[in-house]
Design a protein around this ligand. Structure first.
Ligand code: NAD
Ligand code: ZN
Length: 346
């Protein structure tokens, strides 16, 4: 093994990324070195690539970006037990403290000191990554490797979609990005009666339809409530999953929920987003903010659903060698993409 590796890095503030040669990190006490095989591009990576205001505020350079990956264990640091060199793994992208109140209660997704892989510390768009052993997730080697590459995002979709009971319920998903599309498939698989998905992008709505949405609506053209009769929705949606981060999608969701409905909010809103709190109060709505995935319950459910036949391969729309990462980010920027996979195996 060479001492140096290729890595996709943000070297300085501004648009774009660079392919660099950097030292292979060494696993310290309780850490694991993973040899990366495939990575997937997340919306967060696109924000960092484009250097939007969020990135400007949150990203310190130089940084290896990326947090969606699959690989195999290359080396165990001192004190690591229960894992084996060569084992197929992915990794939970939030590094937590294990000491705050939520961590101690088993709610590490709400850790007070969480650090994001590829955001607050070096990430996975490289030939190797080091993470704490507690973040390493062994993955069934029979699952399609390209699908495992985006298990982190699939985890966001799973955690949000399973937040509330969807059996027999009418579900509204606003936003047909990769996460919204996966959430539609998960809701259908878990017994939702209807799954209505909205977006302003027909390419992505077609993907949602293909993955099992019972209805897709381009809200730039059509009104959501006009489809109620066709789906026998009388009082409104029982469950709402906000996955667009668009304030108008959130307020229309609040309006279209039935009294007593339940909403899980994943999409990240801009500062000036406004909602009518009185509508939430008078309708008795439950609103749950979602961050990350449950550690590690969500990972078990994710694996079980895929092993049980949930097919996520249709959402993979592009594959590139890692050195062609610019093409991957360009595809994401056009909006005519699902998941983009980068290959580190050759
Ligand atoms: P994405 O940007 O690929 O998808 C968002 C979709 O919303 C796009 O397809 C866009 O066209 C659509 N949209 C825009 N305006 C809309 C409107 N008015 N109505 C309906 N849809 C509209 O993002 P993604 O990767 O699928 O992630 C979904 C959201 O979740 C993003 O806001 C992302 O930042 C957020 N996120 C949150 C967490 C968390 O832990 N809370 C984790 C991952 C992602
Ligand atoms: Zn903590």
């Amino acid at each position: 093994m060479s001492d140096m590796m290729k890595a996709i890095m943000k070297m300085k503030p501004g648009k774009g990324l660079e392919l660099r040669e950097v030292p292979v990190p060494k696993p310290g006490l309780g850490e694991v070195l993973i040899k990366i095989r495939k990575t997937a591009i997340c919306g967060t990576d696109l924000h960092i690539y484009n250097w939007d205001p969020w990135s400007e505020k949150n990203i310190r350079t130089p940084l290896i970006i990326g947090h969606e990956y699959v690989g195999e264990i290359a080396e165990l640091g001192a004190g690591v037990t229960g894992l084996t060199v060569g084992e197929r793994v992915s990794g939970e992208g939030h590094i937590v403290c294990h000491q705050c109140r939520n961590c101690r209660a088993g709610n590490s997704q709400w850790c007070k000191h969480t650090k994001g892989v590829g955001v607050n510390r070096d990430g996975a768009f490289a030939e190797y990554i080091v993470i704490p052993a507690s973040n390493v997730i062994p993955i069934n080697p029979e699952i399609d490797e390209d699908v495992v590459a985006f298990f982190d995002a699939y985890g966001n979709a799973t955690h949000t979609a399973l937040m509330f009971d969807v059996v027999g319920e009418d579900v509204l998903i606003t936003g047909a990005g990769a996460i919204g599309v996966m959430a539609a498939a998960i809701c259908r698989r878990n017994g939702a009666r209807s799954v209505v998905v909205t977006d302003v992008n027909d390419y992505r709505l077609a993907l949602a339809k293909r993955m099992g949405a019972t209805e897709v609506i381009n809200v730039a053209r059509d009104r959501i409530e006009d489809t109620f009769a066709a789906h026998k929705i009388v009082e409104g949606f029982d469950v709402g999953l906000e996955m667009s981060g668009n304030p108008s999608a959130l307020s229309s969701m609040i309006t279209l929920m039935r009294n007593g409905g339940k909403m899980a909010l994943l999409g990240i809103l801009s500062k000036d987003a406004q909602v009518d709190f009185n509508e939430i109060i008078f309708k008795g709505l439950t609103v749950q903010g979602i961050y990350g995935r449950r550690m590690y319950e969500t990972w078990y459910k994710m694996m079980a659903m895929v092993e049980g036949g949930l097919d996520l391969t249709p959402i993979i729309t592009h594959r590139f060698h890692y050195s062609d990462f610019d093409k991957g980010f360009e595809a994401m920027n056009t909006g005519r993409s699902g998941k983009v996979i980068l290959d580190w195996t050759y």
